[in-house]
Every structure is written in C-alpha cells, then in structure tokens.
Design a protein. Sequence first.
Length: 505
Amino acid sequence: MGSTFSLLGRDFEVNPMSALLTILGLWALRGIFKTVRLLMTPSFFPQFRTAFQPLGLPGSFLPTTSWTAGLDWNWHTRRARQSPLPPILVGPQAIWTSNIEVARQVITGSHKTSFYKPAWASQALLIWGMNLVASDGQMWRKHRRVFGPAFNSELYKLVWEETTRTYKDMIQTDGWNTKDVVDVPVAQNLTVKVLAFMVIASCGFGFESSWATPASTDGLLYLPFASFTEARMARDRLAAFMQAQIAERKVDVAAGSTRADAFTMLVKANQDESNKYQLDDEELIGNIFVLMFAGHETTAATLAATLGFMAIHDDIQEEVLAQIISVVGLKGEPQLEDYPKLDKVLAIFYEALRMFPPASMLIREATEDTILTVPNPPGEEGSQSVPISKGTQIVLDMVGAQYNPRYFENPAEYRPSRWYGLPAESELFTAFSVGARACIGRKFAALEATSFLTLLLRDWKIVPLLRDGETKEAWGARMKDARMVMTLGVATDIPVRFERRTHTG
Ligand code: HEM
Ligand SMILES: *[C@@H]1O[C@H](CO)[C@@H](O)[C@H](O)[C@H]1NC(C)=O
C-alpha cells in the first residue's frame, strides 16, 4: 500500500520501499560521482593509467611504462600527476595518496581504526618471527611497548660514540690518514659497510669488533646482503646462535649489565617486570632481524645519496662546513650535546631523504566500510568525505608526498635550508612517517648520519669522481634516477672523490 503526494498539481502514488531504494541508489550514485570527481582532481590522489595494479600480480614484476604501473611508478610520475583516469583497472581496489592528512587517518597504530597493515606488505621481514614492523593492532602495541624503553638515551649515546669510533677506525685501517685524495667508485659500498658495522657490530648487537676485523659472528655481518635462499639455509644455524645470545643477555641483564646496545636494551625492556607486555624468544629474534634490515639499508642508501648531493653542491658543502667548524672546531670530536647545534648537517641528510625516500610506499587496508576526510586542493578551504569500502588498499605514496607542492616549494630542488633551525624531531619532516606508528629508529638514523657526516665533511672535501671527459653537470644528471629494490635509492653507483681539507693538516 503506497502513499500519495502532490507535485505540480498532479498526485503521485509512491511505494515507500521503492522510494527508499531510489533514495539509497541516488545517495550511492552521489558518492560515486563525488569519488570520481575527487579522483580527477590531481592534488588529491595521484593518477596513472595502468593495466595492472602495482601491488598485485603481475604488476609488481613489470617495469613502469606508459601503460602499466610497476612498484616504482610513483617515482616516475613524481613531477607530473595529471592523467585523468583513476589507477583502478585490474586487481583489488586501491587508492594511492600523497596527502599527509589522509595518511594520518590511515597510519595510526591504534587498533581502534578501520585500517590495518596487511602482513603481506612485510612478508620478507616475517621469516624470523613476528616483529614490530609486521604486526598490527594489539600485537603491534605489545611490540612497541617493549621497543619504546629500549630506544633510550643510553642507546643514543652509544650510537653517537660508536659512529665517531667507526669513522676514526675506517680512516686508520683503510689508510686514509696517509692520503690526500681518496677515490670511492661506489659510495653506497662505503656507507653500507659503515652502517652494517654500526648496527650489527656495535650498536645493534654490541659485539667487540674493529673495521679491519669485523666481529666473528659466523657470517652474521653480511647476512642482510645475502639472498633470501642463503638466508633461509642459514636460518636454523642462526636461530640457534640467536637463542644462545638471548640466553647470555638475560644472564647479563639479571647481573646488572651496563651494555647499551639495542639487543641488550630490548632484552632488558622485555625482562622489566613493571612492563606488562612481554615478547617471547621468537619475537625477540624477529625484532633483532628487523633492526638489521629496517635499520641500515635505508640509512646507508640515504647517506650515500647525501654524499652525492654534496659532490655537486659546493656552496652548500661550504655552508655546512662553516657550521661544523664553529661547533666542533678544526680538531675536536663532536659530542652528543653538539647534535642540536649541527642542524645544517642533519638538514643535508634529511633533504637527501626527502628526495629519495627509501620507504617509498606505506600500505594499509580497510577492515570495514569507512570514510576518509580529504582536504580540498591548496588554496581552497574545507575538505570532502570519501567513502572507502572494506578491503580497499590505501597506499601512502611517500614519493608523491615528498614531492607534493602543497608541502614543499620547488620540490624537485635539493634545498637543505628548508630544514635549518627546525627541531630534529619536527613532524614537518614526514619521510619517517607520522604519528604513533612512525619510524622508531628515526633518531638512531639521524644521530648516525650527523655524527658521521660531521667528521667526514670537516676533514674531506667531496667532489664528483668523473669519467674521462665527463662534466660535473653530466655526472649530476647520472645521479638523478632512482631504483626500487626492497627500498628506494639512487639507481646508479655514486662515484665520489674525497680531497683532504688543508686545515686538518
Ligand atoms: C633513513 C632511515 C630510515 C627511514 C627512511 C625509515 C623509514 C621508516 C618508515 C616510513 C616507517 C613506517 C613504516 C610503516 O608504517 O609502514 C618505519 C618504521 C620502522 N622503522 Fe624505520 N626508517 C629508517 C631507519 C630506521 C632505523 C635506523 C631503525 C632501527 C634502528 C628503524 C626501525 C624501524 C622500525 C622497528 C619500524 C616499525 C615501527 C612501528 O611499526 O611501530 N628504522 N621506518
Ligand atoms: C660494491 O659492492 C658490490 C656489491 O657487493 C660489488 O659487487 C662491487 O664489486 C663493489 N664495488 C667496489 C668498487 O667496491
């Protein structure tokens, strides 16, 4: 039985059920139109015509071309995101965003939100056990509660001092102290060694070691560079080794150990009875391996890119040198207290990180139908609500965010002065992610970089190591592309030359 109403002098009979359906239908259509309109607005979500999803099969194995988006598609389109089609043709529904305010709604760490971090996004890190990076919800909370206290001022002091020691050890052992010019054909190899040394030998595990004779840990030092098959084959042996290490540390900690490496700190935080969260041994091992992977690939790649940028920006190098000399002097050693005063040194690292963000995408999925609040384009007030259906992937396009003109004037320009005078932990710097689930190793990486670069730049002038007849400009152009292998970094070898600064005598 319908009801009637009048419109323009005529009576209409309406079935309430169909009226309801029509209204719902229109409502849904309105939602779809709003979404399509939104997707067509370049500054909301990056656009790309693609035959396959970059995060599906076969998309993730294909290179980025004009018709398909590979894993590094966001790098290729970082400067021009104008194509009109939403990137959804095949595969699960996915939305990529380069907006930090949208990211904040998705990457919260809280188990009370409608988004979670899918395990497949961290699959490679799960072979050693559940860990902080791969977990979500209550599990994540537990791991973070143990990590929090482990990343403390004692650890940071050790990071700073060990980096200084590593630098001096390297200079001595590799004979730099007897040379005026040192050529390094692959800067990445140098920084990887420094970081592997730092993380695995000194600050991660606390093994006694030196640059010449890396800790005798049965190949452990080079494990992160081994292929996964090799790693898996070594798995059992290493698991036994780790088990023994944990047992040893538990005894040490109980006896009041003063060691401050991350491994010991984790065991200590885990033993702390006032902490109601506890990890089992397998989880501890999972986290130790994560520290090695998450910790040094990223930092090493960024440090190498920083050296590359210094080689082609003399003016910036001189400016940073002036700060280093005024804070540390011509001969002294940088102290941890100097860290806040070396903001220009940190800025050259942060800016390299902005331009080559190693964590190039952060992946989440909607656990239920929900709404995202998306700010209007720059210059327009307000925001729009975008309906998201359960199962949709939301990807923070980190490259897009770091090249987003909403946040950065002239984003394609290497300009460390953007960061001068800002606190090291400023949330304006977003390449370590934002909010409660941001990178827990941010300060760890920043300290390593600042301490190492301070000594290196004070004592050595970095210039490009040119090929025969190559100009500095051509060298610079070679360094401009990026490559994705687990993490994003400069695509080519970075060949640099270190020339001794005369003031160091
Ligand atoms: C330049 C260096 C680094 C960059 C760019 C970086 C970037 C990031 C980003 C973007 C995340 C968030 C990932 C996500 O939510 O999906 C993250 C998480 C994490 N990072 Fe880093 N990271 C760096 C260095 C380090 C270091 C040195 C360590 C350890 C010493 C570390 C340990 C971790 C851990 C354990 C997490 C997981 C945190 C959580 O989920 O609660 N990272 N990192
Ligand atoms: C740099 O490291 C790579 C990978 O380990 C190696 O193949 C290459 O020979 C190294 N190059 C130099 C010049 O040390």
